[in-house]
Design a protein. Structure first.
Length: 168
């Protein structure tokens, strides 16, 4: 199941999706259209929240290119290339290791559902790094608890008598 995370500075959400689930759903031809709009929308909103248009501005145009534009072939290919560039730009903004373009090309040519899963695997680290993604919220609480216990244990050890001494 996908986890929704709010993109800071906006009211829009991004989805952290299971990569295998995306690959499996990509076997359904119409899922490409849904996925394409969603990923481009998330990237555009993320770019706007960071103050750049490098991550795209119009997910509707991207969707149009892979639906009706696919009849001419060239617009769909251009949309695939530009969406990959948008995802890499968003990864750089988030400080995440960018996807390899050559792996994307090979996956697209050999087995496109795996390519969509690869694209999602590149988006997930961006969304996981956002505040409220779950992993970041739990980490500080886990770090603080042992530190408090260590202070209590050290205080008890200082109050306890050393070996061979008796308490008066």
């Amino acid at each position: 199941m996908a986890q929704s995370v709010q993109i800071p500075g906006t009211e829009n959400n991004a989805k952290i999706c299971n990569v295998i689930g995306v690959g499996a759903l990509a076997l359904i031809p119409i899922y490409l259209w849904f996925f394409w709009y969603r990923i481009n929308k998330e990237l555009a909103v993320y770019g706007q929240s960071k103050g750049t248009e490098e991550c795209g501005t119009s997910p509707g145009k991207s969707l149009l290119a892979v639906t009706l534009g696919a009849l001419i072939i060239v617009p769909a290919i251009i949309s695939f290339i530009r969406t990959h560039k948008r995802l890499v730009a968003a990864q750089k903004l988030a400080g995440v290791q960018p996807l390899n373009g050559w792996i994307s090309v090979i996956l697209y040519l050999v087995f496109s559902p795996a390519w969509l899963a690869y694209m999602q695997s590149g988006a997930n680290p961006i969304w996981e790094g956002l505040p409220g993604a779950g992993a970041d919220d739990a980490a500080p609480a886990q770090v603080e608890a042992p530190a408090e216990e260590a202070v209590d244990t050290a205080a008890e050890a200082a109050d306890a008598p050393a070996e061979g001494e008796t308490q008066a």
